[in-house]
Ligand binder design. Structure first.
Ligand code: FMN
Length: 359
């Protein structure tokens, strides 16, 4: 008989069929786009940031960069149009509305949130690169908003634990992190002009390149909070989702992965999560949530670990020897040979080997 797994999670007493959220971005910029997304295996959907007035982004406002994106996207239809559209919207998963307090002052953002809950939001969220605005927005919203209140933090806040504690003190119900990283710049080397259309050429980096940064940040946040956490930033496959959950997240948000790979990514990740859990006889994600922290508690440092080459797997491709900064690896008779006297155990050879022939 097939082993049964349950992917559902609860965030602030709201049930999600799986931990995957489609986070704020161009895929959720209107009710029509949200309806389209809702046909996929998504636990919950977060609107693009809602502003008071309609806003357009100068072209181009989203360019691929490495395996991620640089964006200067502040497109929005404006608050009144959103309210009209959301009142007509019915989707089978929780809808979360976002107001960015860098565009709408905190007190007004809280008033917007209160109206948005009446338009059907199951949760409301605020995002900003300035954490003080988020604290103020939550504190104002707490007076009138009955649905759970989330925030999405910017990257790299120093002493992020202190900010989280202050957010909890003013009544936040869930903390998401993180927003895209920036500003960053790209230049067309034929013309010397910025590639993005924003006035200073600046944009924000998202997608796979930022994943290790957001993962560490989520682990740090999870150490400090008692409310549920949503990990966002660079998630592009089921392994990233599992890592976020092992770092302590309850929900996992995705934007860039779904722009670059299509919304079918959610269906693929859900399927892969079920297979991973079934193969390991894990019934529920709570069994692995925060697993990282139990390891960190009794972690030891090692200085004498050295690599070992599986001669049968190695095909002598030379990737490891090219990446060995010590020059300790040579290729002879179609296999890698490691001079252990020269090796310092940095680990890069084992991770670049596509055949996993170095342990
Ligand atoms: C094109 C684009 C537009 C975005 N717009 C918003 C937005 O309106 N409000 C917001 O809070 N975050 C916005 N984000 C940030 C994402 O919600 C997310 O925090 C960030 O991109 C990291 O996740 P990812 O790597 O999965 O994209 C946007 C991201 C992208 C790529």
């Amino acid at each position: 008989m097939e082993f049964k797994v349950n992917l559902s999670v609860e965030i602030a007493e709201i049930k999600f069929s799986n931990p995957l959220l489609l986070s704020e971005g161009p895929l959720t910029g209107s009710a029509e786009l949200i309806r389209r997304a809702a046909q996929h295996s998504i636990g919950g959907i977060v609107t693009k940031s809602i502003r008071q007035q309609k806003a357009l982004s100068p072209n181009p406002y989203m360019i691929s960069y490495g395996k991620g994106l640089l964006n200067a996207d502040w497109t929005d239809m404006g608050f009144d149009a959103w309210c009209r559209e959301l009142r007509q919207l019915e989707i089978p998963m929780p809808l979360i509305t976002n107001v960015a307090t860098n565009h709408v002052p905190p007190k007004q953002a809280a008033e917007f949130a209160s109206i948005l809950q009446d338009c059907g939001a199951s949760l409301v969220t605020f995002s900003d690169y300035e954490p003080e605005n988020l604290i103020q927005a939550v504190s104002h919203a707490r007076k009138n908003v009955k649905v759970p209140i989330m925030v999405k933090l910017p990257p790299f806040l120093p002493k992020v634990g202190n900010i989280c504690k202050r957010l909890e003190d003013v009544g936040v119900n869930c903390i998401a992190a993180m927003d895209a990283v920036g500003p960053g710049l790209d230049i067309d080397i034929e013309t010397g002009k910025p590639v993005l259309g924003s006035i200073d050429g600046g944009g924000y980096l998202s997608g796979a390149p930022i994943f290790p940064l957001s993962l560490f940040y989520i682990a740090e946040i999870c150490k400090n909070v008692s409310v549920p956490v949503v990990g966002v930033g660079g998630v592009t496959n089921y392994k990233d989702v599992l890592k976020m959950i092992m770092a302590g997240a309850t929900g996992v948000g995705i934007v860039t992965g779904a722009i670059l790979k299509g919304l079918g990514l959610f269906d693929e990740i859900e399927k892969d999560l079920v297979t991973y859990l079934q193969e390991r006889k894990i019934n529920n994600l709570s069994e692995i949530r925060g697993k990282l922290h139990t390891h960190l508690a009794d972690r030891e440092e090692h200085f004498s670990w050295r690599p070992h080459v599986d001669q049968y797997r190695c095909n002598g491709c030379g990737l490891c020897s090219r990446s060995c900064f010590k020059g300790a690896i040579s290729i002879a008779d179609s296999t890698a040979k490691i001079n252990l006297d020269m090796c310092s155990g940095c680990g890069v050879c084992a991770t670049v080997c596509g055949r996993r022939s170095i342990k």
